[in-house]
Design a binder for this molecule. Structure first.
Ligand code: V47
Length: 353
């Protein structure tokens, strides 16, 4: 059996095999990933009506790739009050949002309650809204800063109403690359440990990979392998999200952005390697809407959502600051030959548009 036949027979690929997929004919690779996608999801492309809120950009950590943190190239510090956050939530709830995705920088000045109380306030006023909040990087920061164990922070998250964890902060698991791009932040083992513990609480999460900077193809495949290994044990990851690195306003100083060809290959390979993670998200914020639409034919079955406002990636040059209108989003998916299916945060289908 050659590698293509092996994948189509749904046999698992090794690290070396996954790496050789980067050398495969571009369209053949896309076709294999598309076949696997269609076996699981047909022509359905999932999205949700969501809003990202980034309540503070004041950060105790220093990641070279980040343009959002106020302590680096962005001198404009801000920290929202809970009332300001609740005003945003009120507005999006009135317009049909189902999920609020809350991720902050690592602000040492707010107190732990500022981070947690907001979830209780949202769940009390809007119990039907799904709160996706606190990356493993934030969990690690809060644990270090407030002298609590990961278990204690995760239990507090459950108690205060966090429904699921986003996949941010994973970056690239390879320790050497990680040391170079985000030294001092949550380590790879700690990131995976936090998600394992979250899954052990019966909760779901996502997992990202930041690529297109200084990492190699082997580093990407290694990242996927570590996810696959944990997923075999817990089954708690809903979705894998490869985030395309944006080059502006940060200290990595990458002159040549990654090519569309390499992005699509990486999407396709993640569909093949991550045979135990059901959903693959083409996060249009980092890939552009156009490429995300093409990625639907390279294994992706989820386009995130309307987002409305986004601060982290747009600070680094992504054209995502104001989201996409729902009518435009669904029309784009339809016109590209796929079926737009609105989902909730844990992939129950809400409406076929
Ligand atoms: O972890 C930071 C990335 C992430 C840059 O779980 C950058 O559903 C590109 O994790 N270029 C935050 N990316 C966003 C995130 C996310 C987004 C959408 C959905 C979900 C989910 C999670 O943004 C960070 C970091 O990897 N990031 N700087 C940059 N210059």
């Amino acid at each position: 059996m050659n590698l293509k036949e092996k994948i189509l027979a749904e046999e698992r690929v090794s690290f070396d095999e996954a790496l050789t997929l980067y050398e495969m004919d571009f369209f053949e690779l896309g076709e294999i990933a598309d076949t696997l996608r269609q076996k699981r999801h047909g022509k359905k492309t999932y999205f949700n009506i969501n809003r990202h809120i980034n309540p503070t950009n004041v950060c105790a950590d220093v990641c070279k790739f980040c343009a959002y943190s106020a302590t680096r190239k962005n001198p404009n510090q801000y920290t929202m009050t809970h009332d300001e956050i609740m005003d945003i939530v009120k507005d999006i709830d009135s317009r049909g949002a189902k999920e609020v995705h809350i991720v902050s920088a690592h602000n040492p000045n707010t107190g732990l309650e500022w981070y947690l109380e907001i979830f209780k306030k949202i769940k009390t006023a809007y119990p039907h809204l799904h709160v996706k909040a606190l990356t493993a990087a934030e969990v690690d920061f809060l644990s270090r800063h407030y002298g609590k164990t990961y278990d204690e922070i995760l239990d507090l998250m459950v108690a205060y109403g966090v429904d699921s964890m986003p996949g941010g902060g994973a970056e690239i698991f390879d320790e050497k690359i990680r040391d170079y791009i985000c030294k001092g932040k949550v380590t790879s083992d700690q990131w995976l440990e936090i998600h394992r513990k979250w899954h052990e609480r019966g909760k779901k999460s996502n997992v990202t990979m930041l690529f297109g900077h200084v990492e190699s193809r082997a580093n990407r495949v290694d990242h996927m392998m570590r996810i696959r290994e944990l997923q075999d044990k817990t089954g708690g990851f809903n979705c894998f999200i490869p985030l395309v690195y944006h080059t502006q306003n940060n200290y990595l100083n990458i002159k040549e952005p990654i090519t569309a060809n390499e992005i699509l290959r990486t999407m396709a390979i993640s569909r093949i390697v991550l045979d135990n993670v059901p959903h693959l998200k083409a996060y249009w914020v980092t890939s552009t809407v156009n490429l995300a639409l093409v990625a639907q034919e390279f294994g992706a079955n989820d386009l995130d959502g309307t987002i409305e406002k986004e601060s982290i990636n747009s600070a680094a040059g992504a054209k995502s600051a104001n989201g996409v209108k729902l009518e435009d989003f669904t029309a784009l998916i339809k016109n590209s030959g796929f079926i737009p299916v609105e989902r909730d945060s844990v992939y129950n289908e809400i409406k076929v548009w």
